[in-house]
Design a binder for this molecule. Structure first.
Ligand code: PLP
Length: 372
């Protein structure tokens, strides 16, 4: 791989994964059948939660949760200022207002100490994000949620398998939300899963993902105005096949991340991601911060010229065109850590197909450019 271009991410799809999709195609049952059911059982048993509901993507998971909770116009939802933009978009999509909180500069996760000051009588929910595969500070967030009776929807889109002490993320809030987009550790192409321990909420999720359909007395009834957010059998089979390797995938990713730590430590012009000792990082993204004096976009271009794919890690959401136009917030001033992570952050290649030599090569190119 070393002589050619090293992309930021390539899913590790094996022959058996591909074969499982072909088998679905041959079966004739293409949407929400036994593979979807199996994926839901597998997810719930892996995470140790009561219910898992598979849907068409990670954004749909959160849209469904907000919809079911009746969150809408006049309501406010607390979200981190730094995440993938979908975390705030879903709040907009139900007509509620996202209220942004700055992140902690070391973990890239919502700064739980800054949440309480933003809560008012309109606040209905908090969506903490386990950014890049590192658990957010759930103990503190759950205490605040309890105190003010707020719903907690964990955006664990990029954090399947991440743990805080021995608890998986996505199992402590009212809902957990996961994505199987190709940028995540295991993929269905597009896909997502909602997790919850609440029977009634799980039932509502199933109804609303499928046109509002519920089977009552053996008869199909349309009991709600639902979405079509179903997952296909091809998607479910593809991700199920990788799911059986999840522990080894996460171990491989951690091993590769460790090589980055070894190769890039003690560089004065960059900051490496932190791993608190009580948390298990899944390194969906290996995200570093470049010194303020380095032009990050040029750095990405230069890496590209040298055969290394990279990108910024996530957005400072209030600084994106839609949010800037609508709320006119000065992100640099109000959310300095989120703004800096957005402007100076850099995601480096990390996936199972890379070797130790590949990571050493990427690291040496990064170091060379740092000293340019
Ligand atoms: C990937 C991601 C999403 C969106 O998931 P999709 O499956 O692409 O809709 C939302 N939030 C975070 C934090 C993500 O990383």
């Amino acid at each position: 791989m070393q002589s050619s271009f090293i992309p930021l991410m390539v899913p590790d799809l094996r022959d058996e994964d591909i074969e499982s999709v072909v088998n679905v195609l041959k079966s004739g049952m293409l949407v929400q059948g036994k593979n979807v059911e199996e994926l839901e059982r597998k997810t719930a048993s892996y995470l140790g939660c009561k219910h898992a509901v598979a849907v068409s993507n990670g954004t749909a998971t959160m849209h469904i949760c907000l919809k079911i909770l009746g969150i809408g116009p006049g309501d406010e939802v607390i979200v981190p200022a730094f995440s993938y933009v979908a975390t705030a978009n879903v709040v907009e999509l139900v007509g509620a207002k996202p209220v942004f909180v700055d992140i902690d500069q070391h973990s890239f996760n919502i700064d739980s100490r800054k949440i309480e000051a933003l809560i008012n009588k309109n606040t209905k929910a908090i969506i903490p994000v386990h950014e890049f595969g590192l658990a957010a500070d759930m103990d503190a967030i759950l205490v605040i949620a309890e105190k003010y009776s707020l719903y907690v929807i964990e955006d664990a889109a990029c954090a399947l398998g991440a743990k805080e002490i021995d608890r998986f993320v996505g199992t402590r809030g009212l809902f957990g939300s996961f994505s199987f987009h190709p940028r995540k550790a295991i993929t269905s192409g597009e896909g997502g899963v909602i997790t919850t321990n609440d029977d009634e909420l799980a039932r509502k999720c199933r109804i609303i993902r499928n046109h509002g359909i519920e089977i009552l007395n053996g008869k199909m009834e349309f009991v709600d105005a639902g979405f079509n957010y179903r997952m296909t059998e091809m998607q479910a089979a593809l991700v199920l096949s990788q799911f059986s390797r999840i522990e080894s995938i996460l171990e491989t990713r951690n091993g590769l991340a460790n090589i980055y730590y070894r190769e890039l430590k003690n560089q004065s012009k960059l900051i490496l991601p932190c791993i608190p000792s009580n948390k298990k990082h899944t390194f969906q993204t290996f995200h570093i911060l470049l010194d303020q004096n380095i032009n990050r976009d040029q750095f990405i271009d230069k890496l590209g010229v040298k055969g290394v794919g990279s990108n910024y890690g996530a957005q400072c959401i209030p600084d994106q065109v839609f949010y800037r136009n609508k709320y006119n917030l000065d992100s640099n001033k109000l959310f300095p850590n989120a703004y800096r992570a957005y402007k100076q952050g850099l995601a480096l290649p990390l996936y199972e197909k890379l070797s130790e030599k590949d990571i050493m090569h990427v690291s040496s190119v990064v170091k060379e450019l740092l000293h340019d």
